[in-house]
Design a protein around this ligand. Structure first.
Ligand SMILES: Nc1ncnc2c1ncn2[C@@H]1O[C@H](COP(=O)(O)OP(=O)(O)OP(=O)(O)O)[C@@H](O)[C@H]1O
Ligand SMILES: [Mg+2]
Length: 297
């Protein structure tokens, strides 16, 4: 595993030097990926944080936004307690740099807190001021990963629909699969045209993961027109995850050779390869502009 990791690190470092600009010389934008699920408790927060850490190990510059309106979780897993959040940036009290938490591997965490619901009521000039504050982050980040709350509230839906890419997480349990289908159906109803990446978490083995993913894919292709669902990968059910959560440590760092960490590394390397194949990153400003306009419709 380690030589594979070293190779990837070297590759991504090399590619990054070329990647500040695309081939036509245009500025590169941050790729925004929202992680969502129908059912709660399927592993979104653990997945988002650990995927971010793996991407950072591969040389990517990663931002994570904790957009869970309920109990924010990323900070709990990291054992940190943010004093300020997006609310203080939106109302002009703080700069974005003042609220960012430095995580392991150089990742940066933006606590959403009450700022998430605040986005619904932004006036034009407040939005402009907020977007301006995001400009510096754009230059410093390759990915923004967004951890959402459970369910399909208007807020979760807006944070999801505005993304460059969506990762839907489910476990192989029928209730979780049904709720994942419900979420994908809602995205489809709202005319989301991007790729939806499916991750099966807590699979007993890869076969169980594949069976569950294929079940969902078959139903989606039968009933939802123009829905691009890609089976992205599987994370195995692994005791290392709850054990690390209890220690308030990301499992990738607490147990880097665990089965769950293995799954995360292989998805992160898949993402790194795709980043340079496609150019679908629209950036932070575009993302938050879309969210605010979705709230107003
Ligand atoms: N691959 C895994 N193997 C074993 N346990 C896991 C795995 N992934 C997550 N868990 C456990 O599942 C529980 C829920 O995980 P997590 O908080 O990441 O889910 P969530 O989808 O963010 O929940 P919520 O919807 O409440 O925000 C945690 O106790 C975690 O330890
Ligand atoms: Mg969560």
């Amino acid at each position: 595993m380690s030589s594979q990791l070293d190779r990837l690190r070297a590759l991504t470092k090399n590619l990054k030097m070329k990647a500040e600009h695309d081939l036509s010389g245009n500025e590169k934008f941050t790729k925004v990926i929202t992680v969502a699920s129908g059912k709660g408790g399927v592993g979104k927060t653990n997945f988002t944080l650990n995927l971010g850490l793996a991407l950072a190990e591969f040389g990517q510059r990663v931002l994570i936004l904790d957009a869970d309106l309920g109990l924010a979780n990323i900070d709990v897993i990291l054992g940190v307690s943010p004093k300020f959040n997006l609310y203080h940036v939106i109302n002009g009290e703080k700069d974005i740099a003042d609220i960012i938490l430095e995580g392991p591997n150089g990742i940066k965490i933006i606590p959403g807190g009450s700022g998430i619901s605040e986005l619904a009521d932004l006036k034009e000039w407040e939005l402009e001021r907020f977007l301006l504050k995001l400009s510096s982050l754009e230059k410093e980040s390759d990915y923004l990963l967004i951890d959402t709350g459970a369910g399909i509230s208007k807020s979760v839906l807006n944070f999801t629909l505005a993304a460059d890419e969506i990762i839907v997480i489910t476990t192989p349990e029928p209730t979780s699969l049904t709720d994942a289908y419900g979420l994908i159906k809602t995205l489809n109803k709202h005319k989301y045209i991007g790729v939806i990446k499916l991750v099966i978490n807590k699979a007993i083995d890869y076969e169980e993961g594949e069976i569950a993913a294929n079940k969902l894919k078959i139903v989606v292709s039968r009933f939802l027109k123009n829905c691009k669902l890609e089976i992205f990968g599987f994370i195995l059910d692994d005791k290392a995850v709850p054990l690390a959560v209890k220690k308030q440590q990301p499992f990738l760092l607490d147990s880097p050779t665990s089965k769950a960490a293995d799954g995360i590394y292989s998805l992160a390397s898949k993402m790194c390869n795709q980043l340079y194949e496609t150019n679908q990153a629209n950036g932070l400003k575009d993302y938050f502009y879309k969210i605010v306009s979705f709230f107003k419709t």
